[in-house]
Design a protein around this ligand. Structure first.
Ligand code: HEM
Length: 143
């Protein structure tokens, strides 16, 4: 009783508060969001719809982490998901390239709008000019 809960590593002890304080916030999570979005885009336009779907799921997982570590953004993240990620998800389910491209473009414009509204007008995500090249973004062969 009364003992402080700590995690122990070979370097020392961390309290629960210290552990909570080093959970990723927006700056760290958004880097990965941007990376997942780029991968999702190039996978879907390259014909690897399954990979595109996987990246979207991971991106949504990052939004859930963000809503947990930074609850003040939870409503904004949920509304972005509804307005922009759900149509992207539907286009991926139908493998509809035209609908996907349009929905993904709207998502980028939407992210500019959110960042602007939150006081980060200088943060404007753009697709990388070259597709990420460590994963096969093509259709591959059917299993
Ligand atoms: C797919 C959509 C989105 C993309 C691709 C995206 C991308 C980014 C990128 C690249 C950064 C800069 C990270 C850095 O290097 O510091 C950033 C920052 C930020 N984003 Fe997003 N974002 C998206 C959606 C959102 C949404 C929906 C919110 C709503 C809360 C949001 C809130 C923020 C905030 C608050 C920052 C500033 C973080 C900081 O430096 O403290 N973003 N975003």
């Amino acid at each position: 009783m009364g003992e402080k809960l700590v995690g122990r590593t070979k370097h020392g002890e961390l309290t629960l508060d210290q552990l909570a304080n080093i959970q990723p916030g927006m700056a760290r999570l958004m880097e990965e969001v941007a990376h997942r979005y780029s991968l999702m885009h190039y996978a879907c336009t390259g014909g690897n719809w399954e990979l595109g779907h996987h990246e979207l799921k991971e991106l949504r997982g990052l939004f859930r982490i963000a809503a947990t570590t930074r609850p003040k953004y939870a409503a904004e993240l949920a509304s972005f998901d509804r307005e922009y990620l759900t149509p992207i998800d539907s286009a991926i389910a139908k493998k509809d390239l035209e609908a996907f491209t349009l929905a993904a473009q709207k998502g980028i414009a939407g992210s500019d709008e959110v960042h602007r509204r939150l006081g980060y007008a200088f943060i404007r995500y753009r697709l990388p000019k070259r597709p990420p090249d460590h994963l096969d973004l093509g259709p591959g062969s059917e299993p």
